[in-house]
Each structure stands twice: as structure tokens, then as C-alpha cells.
Design a protein around this ligand. Structure first.
Ligand SMILES: [Zn+2]
Length: 394
């Protein structure tokens, strides 16, 4: 992990060119700019989730970029775009870097506000303000807590079984089955609490790790919860005895144990055949990382609450809140956590995790935690009006 990190740090110094701020009445996010010979450019997807963004490759070199209801036709290297039936000049042509589309800042600061009436650019503060109602879908009605969208992600699936266990007995637990059962139950619990839910999968199928985050971003998710089952390291003294639950948020892995879980969960990319996304895309990792950082505090608070609530139902000990670099969390630009609901390698815990009644208990506890988190979050954004209610200013 050390060498890629060093490269990453150097890359960061070389490519960043400041940032702009995206702001709604209740939230703000920073969007990093990248220096290009033609001027500052940015990845349009970085405007999500505050603005709905979709990038579609129409044909080689041609893209359609949808932002906040405006649709731009773009061609790589061509400094103009067609939007709302008009051809508009661009400061420079869109470019592809590290397999990602980048557009000139001027498209966002000048062209976009001219076609999206609810967006206003302030050059002095380098800030794009979104007034209420600017979202393409009116999903922020009077009672915002009711309308929050939780993305529920069942780990693994299809050819990727995840872990199997328990140690020293015939296989009785497949991680992918437990994660799906708990996730479906969690979704039902959240819906019964008036929240909206999007599942990354509802059947035994494989979804690429990077797609899970993308699905969440495109839907404008407010929270991302990924469910997994842990496996002991066979090198441990008594691997079959390891048990307990832990919740991760995205950051650099701090401990040996966190690195073990990170490596294990990131292995799912082995099953992915889609090569659109480079497996070790340092640049997009950094950019995602910078963006995700703004959700670090939120994510760690959600993780704390999940651990607290799980402790009230789970028979095994809490292993605490941890941090690691999970691919599935890297691409989700919202508070995002990964819950290891127990060790399938432990015989008693495998039995517990495959029991439908206990799966329901786990799901209910996680749903309680998410609901409590959202209540606190709403209080913060609607409470302190003196600071504009920005989520990063509490
Ligand atoms: Zn897993």
C-alpha cells in the first residue's frame, strides 16, 4: 500500500488546481479542479450528489452530459457544445484523462448557469449556488427527513460468494446470501420508517464495486450502507474463535486488521470483467478521496451509531468503528459505511447470521442507527442558521 500512496501524493500535487464550491441552502461540497494546459478542468461527476449528473458515451469521442436537467452534447477536443438546441463556445475542448471525461470549468461556471435558471455562479467566491428546486427531481419536499434516500448494498453476489464458513465444518454460510437477506430486510425496515431505499442488488448477481457507488450517486443517495460478513485470518492463533461485529468508514487503513478486511472485501474486483474502470486508477482514486473526505466525519458518526445499536442485539462483542480504503465506498460521494455483521468463520456466529430472526434483528438495529443519524443530521442543517447550515460547519 505504501508505494501507490506515495505516487498518489505526488500526483495530487501535480494535478490539482484548487476547487470550486457547490452550495445549496442546507449543504455544500467542494469540487476539485485539475490543471490542464488549456486551463482548469473538472470531472462533471464530482458535482454529484448535490447536482444530478449523468455522463453517457454516445459513440467514440462523443458524450452526452446531463446536469440538473440540462443536456450537453460534447466531443473530445472540440471547444463547443450543443445545449438546448444552441451551439455554445467552450473555453477548451473536453478531454479524457485516466479514462474519465473532464470538461472546462467555464462549462460549469458560465454555460450551465445560462441554461439552468436555479444555478448562479459567483466568480469572486468561486461558488455555484443552487437555489431550492434546482434538483431535477423534486425529492426535497416539506419534511426532508421522510424523503431521504438510503442506498443499501448487499456485498458480493453471483460468482463472488464472499466468505464461506465456518472453519472446521462443512460450508453452511455463504456471505453473499447473508448480505442479501440482511440488506433486503434492512431496506424494508427503512421503508417502514418512511425513508426511501435503493438496493444495489436484489438478486444473486454480481455488481462491480465501482458501479455500486455510481448507482448511489446517480440516484442522489443521502447515505450508503454496505453489508458484509467477516472472515478470520487463518494465520491467527485461534481463527475459529474470532467473532464480533465492526463498522468501517472510508479512509486510509490504520491497523493490520483493518488492512486485512480491506484486502478481503476489495478482492471482489477479481470477478469483474468490465474493464471500463481501470483497477488502479490513481487519479480518480485521489479525486474521489478528496471528495469523500468531506463526508468523513458524517460517515464516522453513522458508523458509531451502527455499532451502538448493533451492540444492543448482537450476542458477540463490538469490535468498534474502524477505517479502511474500501473500493465500494470510494465511489460513493455521500456518508458511506461498510458493516461487517459478524464472523462466518465462527461456528456459533455462522449459525446466528443464517437465522432469519437474527438477520431481522441486525437489520432493525442498523435501520434504527440510520434513522437516528438522519435525525441528528436534520437538526444540524435546519438548526444553526447562523452558519448557513452547511454540513461541514458544525
Ligand atoms: Zn464481504
Amino acid at each position: 500500500m505504501l508505494i501507490p500512496l506515495l505516487v498518489a501524493l505526488q500526483l495530487r500535487a501535480a494535478v490539482t488546481a484548487g476547487s470550486i464550491t457547490l452550495r445549496t441552502p442546507t449543504a455544500s461540497q467542494r469540487v476539485p479542479l485539475v490543471a490542464d494546459t488549456s486551463g482548469p478542468v473538472l470531472r462533471p461527476q464530482m458535482l454529484a450528489p448535490l447536482l444530478p449528473v449523468t455522463v453517457v458515451a454516445v459513440s467514440p469521442g462523443h458524450y452526452r452530459l446531463d446536469i440538473a436537467g440540462a443536456s450537453f452534447a460534447l466531443e473530445i477536443g472540440v471547444p463547443s457544445t450543443t445545449v438546448a438546441g444552441q451551439v455554445r463556445p467552450l473555453a477548451s475542448g473536453p478531454i479524457i484523462r485516466e479514462h474519465q471525461l473532464f470538461v472546462p470549468l467555464q462549462l460549469i461556471s458560465e454555460v450551465l448557469p445560462s441554461v439552468a435558471p436555479n444555478l448562479r455562479w459567483d466568480g469572486a467566491s468561486r461558488q455555484l449556488s443552487i437555489s431550492i428546486g434546482a434538483r431535477a427531481t423534486p425529492d426535497r419536499p416539506a419534511n426532508p427527513q421522510k424523503s431521504r434516500l438510503i442506498v443499501v448494498d448487499a456485498g458480493h453476489g453471483g460468482p463472488d460468494n464472499g466468505m464461506t464458513g465456518p472453519i472446521g465444518a462443512p460450508i453452511s454460510i455463504y456471505e453473499k446470501d447473508v448480505t442479501l437477506a440482511v440488506a433486503m430486510r434492512l431496506g424494508a425496515e427503512l421503508r417502514s420508517r418512511g425513508l426511501r431505499v435503493l438496493f444495489t442488488r436484489t438478486t444473486d448477481t454480481l455488481i462491480a464495486l465501482s458501479d455500486r457507488g455510481r448507482i448511489a450517486n446517480q440516484a442522489g443517495g443521502d447515505l450508503f450502507i454496505s453489508i458484509h460478513v467477516n472472515a478470520a485470518n487463518m494465520g491467527w492463533k485461534e481463527p475459529a474463535a474470532a467473532r464480533g461485529f465492526e463498522t468501517y468508514f472510508l479512509a486510509e487503513a490504520k491497523t493490520e486488521d483493518a488492512r486485512r478486511v480491506e484486502q478481503m472485501e476489495n478482492q471482489s474486483v477479481r470477478f469483474e470483467t468490465d474493464t471500463n474502470i481501470p483497477k488502479d486508477d490513481a487519479l480518480s482514486y485521489i479525486l474521489s478521496d478528496m471528495k469523500q473526505n468531506e463526508h468523513l466525519r458524517e460517515s464516522s458518526e453513522l458508523a458509531e451509531l451502527i455499532q451502538e445499536h448493533l451492540a444492543s442485539v448482537h450476542p458477540a462483542p463490538s469490535r468498534g468503528v474502524k477505517q479502511a480504503g474500501f473500493r465500494v465506498l470510494v465511489t460513493a460521494f455521500m456518508p458511506a459505511v461498510l458493516v461487517e455483521v459478524g464472523f462466518g468463520t465462527n461456528a456459533a456466529e455462522a449459525k446466528y447470521l443464517t437465522d432469519r430472526r437474527h438477520q431481522a434483528e441486525i437489520a432493525s438495529a442498523v435501520a434504527d442507527a440510520a434513522q437516528e443519524y438522519l435525525k441528528r443530521y436534520e437538526r444540524r442543517v435546519t438548526g444553526g442558521s447562523g452558519n448557513g447550515g452547511a454540513r461541514d460547519e458544525r
